[in-house]
Design a protein around this ligand. Structure first.
Ligand code: IMP
Ligand code: MG
Length: 182
């Protein structure tokens, strides 16, 4: 147990550690190595879904040894609460075309799958050469639509998690580990 209030200054809710910083770092290295192998001789465009994937994407990018471009896609799928609305709003679009590119969509977590399904549909209209999905976390218990996850960090139970980029009401993104709120 650690106190999130120490780093966020706003909340004193207890956060129980689910995945330690060391576990995450190790897994991200493995994902980066697998991606590097699979795309050998090619270059990649990482499309990072904001805001949640910003920490994961920063570490993943540095674990990939390929010519790499980074693009951001701002998406809002949650309100201030902890339940999915299923509504995906684009808050920031890609700045450059992805036509003919090998694209890796980078997400923090696939929960119902609605966000990734929607984004894949959107990105395919821009004619990338290939498109794959890399997600740090997957909560299969809540799946509402099947989505392919080509590279997955961890499968977790149906608990609301925070840290390493993930928030609850915009707080906790800066925790270096992934925790469960009680
Ligand atoms: P989905 O559309 O239901 O798959 O939800 C995807 C988005 O919901 C993720 O990119 C997160 O931003 C958010 N989300 C889902 N589960 C959690 C969680 O446990 N903690 C924090 N954010 C979550
Ligand atoms: Mg997200």
């Amino acid at each position: 147990m650690s106190e999130a209030g120490n780093t966020n200054g706003e909340s004193t809710d207890a956060v129980a550690t689910l995945l330690t910083s060391a576990q995450i770092i190790e897994r991200v290295r493995e994902l980066g190595a697998a991606i590097t192998r699979d795309y050998e001789g090619r270059s990649l465009v990482m499309v990072c879904v904001l805001k949640g994937s910003f920490v994961f994407a920063a570490d993943l990018a540095r674990a990939i040894a390929l010519p790499l471009r980074v693009e951001f896609l701002g998406v809002r799928s949650y309100g201030q609460g902890t339940s999915s609305s299923g509504v995906v709003q684009i808050t920031h679009d890609l700045e450059n075309p992805i036509e003919g590119e090998d694209v890796l969509l980078v997400e923090d977590i696939v929960d119902t799958g609605l966000t990734v399904a929607h984004l894949l549909e959107l990105l395919r209209t821009r004619l990338p050469r290939t498109i794959k999905v890399c997600a740090l976390l997957h909560k299969p218990a809540r799946s509402a639509t099947p989505v392919p996850i080509d590279y997955l960090g961890f499968t977790i139970e149906d608990r609301f998690v925070v840290g390493y980029g993930l928030d609850r009401a915009e707080v906790y993104r800066n925790l270096p580990y992934i925790g469960v709120l009680d």
